[in-house]
Design a protein around this ligand. Structure first.
Ligand code: 13P
Ligand code: SF4
Length: 338
């Protein structure tokens, strides 16, 4: 890759954060890192999977696969390399390990958590199960392997409504995202599906900050604005949105809108950045909300991980937990493909 090629793509990003403003000098400094990462990837039989929320120079410069949680978990089943370097957060690396026990899965960032995944443990789920033995336990993919191992079926933001509707039960305990749970409830009501829900009180600290006042403010300033939000947002936000979906579904929806459309994207600003360079003919407004966990990934720590894999964080899951968590993820693939 040349400096000019990389600069052309990165300089189209302008989400209002210093982190995502690219000067030619900044790109020049990045290029040796990008080139070394790409050479080492080949030499060390390593594939890089990156979520759309990580920094654009990772997505554009070194990632082999990029997308939302569901796409990345599918991609993880197809890779042939012996090592997976997962530029995202720990629960995504765990999903890759659950599906590829024979591969070495490495996480480069120092902050590998997620406010949702960290909000509940496997032990808490087992206690809940004892209290509600007749409920089917559904977990969002933003959970640890231990939580997945204690649940019946996993869902992602892209397939949650389809799976919850098609599950052959009317009693569902959904963990850990309370706001997504409330969005599921209202969507099921809309679809005329009667189910009883028990919810946990986890939240995504990025998405819970958006509210209907914010949407009303931006709409009043921008006639014709299309509001696109993630199901981790409050139900009031979903209600006022033109489209609600996973990051992958948002990308698809935006791509289908007429040129010149103006959007307010209510999700982590890595997706805003991605839309800036993929759709220079559209307009994206709003503030930049960053996930500190996703943004702790950098070219520097990816390179350090490749240079010294022995010092990196390797995802390790004990076999009984992995097998039980895989059953939960396999159930997701089953219901998602019905
Ligand atoms: P997606 O599966 O929509 O990419 O969401 C992952 C996530 O962490 C959202 O905050
Ligand atoms: Fe977790 Fe929220 Fe960050 Fe997504 S944006 S990884 S849900 S903390």
């Amino acid at each position: 890759m040349t400096i000019d090629e990389l600069y052309k793509r990165l300089s189209s990003i302008h989400p209002g954060a210093v982190l995502c403003t690219y000067t030619k000098e900044k790109v020049e400094q990045m290029l040796p890192l990008i080139n070394e990462i790409n050479e080492r990837k080949k030499d060390q039989d390593t594939v890089i999977l990156a979520h759309s929320y990580v920094a654009p120079e990772i997505v554009l410069g070194v990632a082999d696969y990029t997308g939302d949680s569901f796409k990345l978990s599918e991609d993880a089943t197809k890779v042939t390399q012996k090592t997976i370097l997962f530029s995202a957060v720990r629960f995504m690396g765990e999903t890759a390990k659950i599906l590829n026990p024979e591969k070495d899965v490495l996480i480069p960032g120092p902050l590998t958590g997620c406010s949702l995944a960290d909000s509940i443990t496997g032990e808490q789920v087992r206690k809940l199960r004892e209290q509600h033995p007749d409920y089917t336990f559904v977990c969002y993919i933003n959970t640890t392997a231990a939580v997945k191992a204690a649940c019946d079926v996993c869902v992602t933001s892209g397939n949650v409504m389809k799976i919850v509707e098609s599950l052959p039960t009317d009693k569902i305990c959904f963990v850990p995202d309370k706001l997504m749970g409330e969005n599921i409830k209202s969507e099921m009501e809309k679809r005329g599906v009667k189910k009883d829900f028990i919810l946990h009180d986890g939240c995504c600290y990025v998405h819970e900050t958006y509210d209907s006042d914010l949407i009303n403010f931006f709409r009043s300033q921008n006639p014709g604005l299309k509001v696109v939000s993630h199901p981790e947002c409050h139900p009031g936000v979903a209600l006022l949105s033109d489209y609600v979906g996973s990051t992958g579904q948002m990308v698809k929806y935006i791509g289908e809108q007429p040129k010149g459309s103006k959007f307010l994207l209510l999700t982590e600003c890595g997706l805003n950045a991605r839309m800036h360079y993929e759709h220079p003919d559209m307009e994206f407004i709003g503030s930049c909300s960053m996930c500190k966990y996703m943004k702790s990934n950098s070219l520097e720590n990816i390179l350090e991980t490749l240079r010294h894999p022995e010092k990196a964080e390797h995802v390790d899951i004990d076999e009984p937990t992995r097998v039980a968590a895989k059953k939960c993820i396999d159930a997701m693939f089953h219901y998602a493909n019905l």
